[in-house]
Design a protein around this ligand. Sequence first.
Ligand SMILES: Cc1cc2nc3c(=O)[nH]c(=O)nc-3n(C[C@H](O)[C@H](O)[C@H](O)COP(=O)(O)OP(=O)(O)OC[C@H]3O[C@@H](n4cnc5c(N)ncnc54)[C@H](O)[C@@H]3O)c2cc1C
Ligand code: SF4
Ligand code: SF4
Length: 610
Amino acid sequence: MSRLTLSTQNQVESTLEGIYNYMEHHLKFSPQDTCPIDITGAFLRLYMTQSCGKCTSCRSGLPQLSYLLDSVLQEKATLETVDEIERLADIITESADCVIGSEAAKMVAKAIKGFRDDFVSHIENHVCLAERTDSIPCVAHCPAHVNIPGYIALVNDERYEDAVKLITNDNPFPVVCALICEHPCEARCRRSLLDAPVNIRGLKRTAIEKATRVIPPERLPETGKKIAVVGGGPSGLTVAFYLQLMGHQVTVFERHKQLGGMLVYGIPAYRLPRNYLKRDIEAILSTGVEAKLNTNVGVGEYSIDNLRKQYDAVYVSIGAHQAKDIGIEGEDAEGVISAVDFLGKIGDEEMVDFTGKNVCVVGGGNVAMDCTRSAIRCGAKSVSIIYRRRREDMTALPEEIEGAIAEGAHLIDLHAPLKIETDENNKVVAFWARPNMVSKIKHGRMNPVDSGMDDVRFECDVVIKAIGQGTDTSGFDETGIPLERGLIKADNVTSIDEIPGVFAGGDCVTGPKTAILAIAAGKVAAANIDEYLGYHHVVQRDIEIPEVELKNREYCGRVEMSERLPEERKHDFLLMEKAMTDKEAKQEAGRCLRCDHFNCGIIKGGRKAW
Ligand SMILES: Cc1cc2nc3c(=O)[nH]c(=O)nc-3n(C[C@H](O)[C@H](O)[C@H](O)COP(=O)(O)OP(=O)(O)OC[C@H]3O[C@@H](n4cnc5c(N)ncnc54)[C@H](O)[C@@H]3O)c2cc1C
Ligand code: SF4
Ligand code: SF4
C-alpha cells in the first residue's frame, strides 16, 4: 500500500487555472468606461470566494459590504450608506485576521475616496457620474484622439494618402509618431481581449512609407490675428500648424538653429532619421508658419511682455532641456557630460568620438537608453548602465533595454551612484557605485537601500548623466508667468489664468513626457487660443472611411516590426526599425475590430469635430 501520492492537477484545478489566466488577460485590457461601483462590487465578490471564513470581520463583514454596494446600484441607498460603507471598510481593514479580508476592505475604502461623487450620483440620480463618451479604447487612449479605426481601415484599403490626411486632422506629426510614438493607444486595444493589441503605430508607419506626401488641409481665410509661439518643438509646431490653418498668422521663436525640439536634439537618428522628421516639419511650414531661429525668448527685445504687446496671443512651449545633477563628488570633472548635451551635439551633427573609451551612463529611463546606444555608435569600447533600482523598475521601455544589451551594453542594476574618481588633471578615471538591495515598496515602487556589500569601482573615461531634465525658466518668471516646482503652471485648457492671452503646454508644463502628449497639448491650445480670439474654426477634413466588413474574427498573432541585426546597426545612426511588408500590413490591418462601428463609438455616423 502507498503512503504518499504525487499531487497532479485535476480537471477542476486545470480548468480553473485556465479561467484565471483568461481573466488576468481580460482584466489587464478591460475598458475603463464601465461603472466603477459595479466593478468594485464584482471584485469584492471575488475576494469573498477566497475567504476562509475563520474571522468574523471577513466572514460577516465582506457580505455586508457587498450588500451595501448592491444597495447603491439598486437605488435603495441613501447618502448615509456611503459613510456606512466607508466605516465598515475601515473596521474590516483593521480587524481582519488575514490579507484577504483586509485587502478587500482596503479596495472598497479606496473606491469611496477615489469616486465618492459617483456613489452620490448613483444615489441621487440613479446614473454613473462619469460621462462615458468615447467608447473606442484606442481613440480614447491616444492623447491626440486620432481616428485610429478609420486610418487602419484606409491602410487596409491601400488608401495611404487618405490615411495620412485623416491622421493629420488631429496630429500634424504623422511621420514622427509612426516612428517614435510610445503608442499608449495600444494599451487597451479591444483586440487584446481576443489575442493581442493591434500594432497601431506599425500601421501608421505603413501609411507614411506608402504615402509620398503629408498634405495639410486648406487654410481658412486670413483673420488678421498674429500669434507668437515660443519654442519650436512638437508642441509649439502643433499649435502653429492648426492656428495657421485657422487663418491666423503664426511666428515660432526658436532658440536653436533647427526646429523640432527634442525630436532633433534628443531622439537619435537611428530611431528618427532627420529626413523623416523633415517631412512633417516641411508640411507644417508649408501652411505659411514663420520661424525665427536662433532666437532666445526671455529678456530684452524678445521678452514675453514685448511679445504680448506685439501679438494677439502667445503660446509658451519651451520644453525641458536643463540637465539634472546626480549630486555626487566629481560631477564637474572633464569627461562628465549630460544626456541633453551629448544627444544635442549629435542632433546638430557634431559627431562625438568615443573610440577606445569606457563609458558609464547613469539612469534607467529611455533617455539613458538613447545615450547608451548612441555611445556605442560613437565607438565606445564599453558602455555600462548604472541604475540604482532593479531592471524591472526601469522606466525605459523593455525593448529599449533589450536593444541596448543586444548591442553590447552592460546593465548594472541595484547600484547607487557614489562618486566620480578623477586624476590630477580633473579627468574622469572611474565611477564608484554602492550595491543596493530591495526593500520596502512605497507608492507601488521598490525602495532600494544599502545592501552592506563593498562599493564597486567601474573604470571609465566618460560619465553620461541621464537622470532627468528640468525647464529653464529664466526670463519667464520675471514677467509674471507662474511656476510650480520648476515648471510653468497652466491649467488643463493650457491657459495661464494670471496673464490673459498667454498659454502654455508640452514638457515645460508637465515635465519630460512624450511627443504625443506635447502634440495633444498643442492641439488643445490651438482650439482654445482660437476661441480666446473670438472664433470657432474647424480645420478637419472629411475623409470617407471604408465600410465595415462583417467577418468572423479568428485568433491571429500580432505582427511585430523587425529591426536590423544588432551587429550591423550598432555601427551607424541609420534607421533601425523596418516597416511591415505589404502582406504583414494587410494581415495586421485586418485584425482591427472596428470598435468605431461595433461598440457604439462616437465616430459612428460622423466624428465629433474638435
Ligand atoms: C533623448 C530623448 C528621447 C526621447 N524619446 C522619445 C520617444 O521615443 N517617444 C516620445 O514620444 N517622446 C520621446 N521623448 C520626449 C519628447 O521628445 C518630448 O516629450 C517632446 O519633444 C516635448 O515637446 P515640447 O514641444 O514640449 O518640447 P521640446 O521638444 O523640448 O521643444 C521645446 C523647444 O523650445 C525651445 N526653447 C527652449 N527655451 C526657449 C527660449 N527661451 N526661447 C526660444 N526657444 C526656446 C527649445 O530649443 C526646443 O526646440 C524623448 C526625449 C528625449 C530627451
Ligand atoms: S499618435 Fe501615438 S497614441 Fe496616437 S494613434 Fe498614433 S501611435 Fe497611437
Ligand atoms: S480593435 Fe481596432 S478600433 Fe478596436 S481598440 Fe483596437 S485598434 Fe481600436
